[in-house]
Design a binder for this molecule. Structure first.
Ligand SMILES: [Zn+2]
Ligand SMILES: [Zn+2]
Length: 83
């Protein structure tokens, strides 16, 4: 009976290891398309297509979208204007 218990414990450990490194659902979530939300009126940045939306208008720059939603002025575009 002692061998049987050890076998079950070993199997459980293998199962835990297999589940720990096998999930990739988080990756799929990070690159999910947010364009539908943007077209619906939400202020979002779509990482899948590298385009933003503000009041149903497309915004080409992520920094500008942050500025429109109350964030700091877009550093990327400010540098372009002054230079
Ligand atoms: Zn998209
Ligand atoms: Zn910008």
């Amino acid at each position: 009976m002692k061998y049987f218990t050890t076998a079950i414990l070993a199997f459980g450990l293998l199962l835990t290891l297999a589940m720990g490194c096998g999930s990739s659902s988080e990756m799929a979530d990070a690159t999910a398309c947010a364009c539908e939300k943007g077209k619906a009126g939400e202020a979002v940045w779509c990482t899948a297509h590298r385009v933003g939306y503000f009041e149903k208008q497309q915004v080409a720059c992520e920094g500008c979208l942050a500025e429109k939603t109350g964030g700091p002025a877009c550093a990327t575009c400010a540098a372009k204007k002054s230079g």
